[in-house]
Design a protein around this ligand. Structure first.
Ligand code: PMP
Length: 307
């Protein structure tokens, strides 16, 4: 059962979460004219700390801007403070944080300029997205029959809610087929990303991640590239083909919700030794230390809620 925070930030104030509702005819619900962010707060010795808050809120504002909202009613600093206030009010030690910008007003038309943007921020308790077993042993995935968006169709640098119809199609299909996650190819046929995660390949000691216009610029992806550089592991961003995944020494996915999870089998082919490999394990460990206040980059990347 998911436990929601008692309070939700809506239009500038904290209100009881049961009262944070929007009408059935809301345009955002009918047409996907909304964008969201996904952030985690981790438990540390100094209380809850939000991971890379500024980067997440910059991407949130960019998502609204890409979608076409003209008058985003709050600054990045105000929204960062709103996140801190919502986490503090929840009294949770760790949580998932969900800001949403959405078009207000009833669904009578498709011109965004007919609507005003509104913003809400909710929090809920979130453990390990794909389960404890997945975190230790890795998951089974398939290459989806669905293609990731062409950037001129859905504008892939925004976390707009409409983009996630594509993710829902792919994820549901993969789970119904008995896999835990889907890898999606871009419209040119190169490897793109997963339904809510970016992807990494390890081969001959190099950590490689897809370079294609169809991916979301993941903040965990960026954190991993940085942490690998800190550890002296060589990183490369380049186009990757499907068969290069099959012959990888290791594969792993990363995202705010998923954190870092190895893929042990893809399309019925064992990847590497068929379990989490040494590079993924090293990255997972340092990422977790950093997010929980024990890494060299913790002070740079964490916003302590009780500071
Ligand atoms: N790709 C997609 C499609 C996603 O939804 C996410 C989750 N936000 C990611 C990648 C990973 O991004 P991040 O590490 O910033 O959570």
């Amino acid at each position: 059962m998911t436990i929601e925070g008692k309070f939700t930030w809506m239009d500038g104030e904290l209100i009881e979460s049961e009262k944070a509702t929007i009408p059935f005819l809301s345009s955002a619900l009918h047409y996907g004219s909304a964008a969201f962010e996904g952030i985690r707060a981790y438990a540390t010795d100094k209380g809850p700390a939000v991971f890379r808050l500024k980067e997440h809120m910059d991407r949130f504002i960019n998502s609204g801007h890409i979608l076409g909202f003209r008058d985003i009613p709050y600054t990045c600093d105000e929204l960062c403070q709103a996140v801190v206030d919502t986490v503090a009010a929840s009294k949770m030690e760790s949580c998932y944080i969900r800001p949403l910008i959405f078009s207000d007003g009833s669904a009578y038309g498709l011109n965004l300029d007919a609507y005003k943007p509104r913003i809400g921020i909710a929090v809920w308790e979130m453990g390990i997205y794909l389960g404890e077993e997945a975190l230790k042993a890795g998951i089974r995935a398939n290459v989806s029959s669905f293609t990731r968006h062409h950037p001129n169709v859905m504008l892939t640098k925004a976390k707009s809610t409409g983009n996630y119809t594509n993710s829902i199609l792919a994820k549901t299909e993969s789970v119904r087929l008995g896999f835990e996650e889907a890898i999606m190819l871009d419209p040119q046929g190169y490897v793109s990303e997963c339904t809510g995660e970016n992807l990494f390949v390890v081969r001959n000691g190099q950590v490689i991640t897809p370079f294609t216009a169809s991916i979301l610029e993941g903040i965990t992806r960026d954190s991993i590239l940085t942490l690998c550089n800190d550890m002296g592991i060589e990183t490369v961003e380049k186009p990757i083909s499907r068969d290069q995944l099959y012959i990888a020494d290791e594969l792993f996915v990363c995202g705010t919700a998923a954190e870092i999870i190895a893929i042990r089998e893809l399309d019925f082919r064992t990847i590497g030794a068929g379990k989490m490999g040494p590079v993924a394990a090293k990255v997972q460990k340092l990422f977790h230390e950093t997010a929980t206040g024990k890494g060299a980059r913790s002070d740079e990347w964490l916003t302590y809620v009780n500071a």
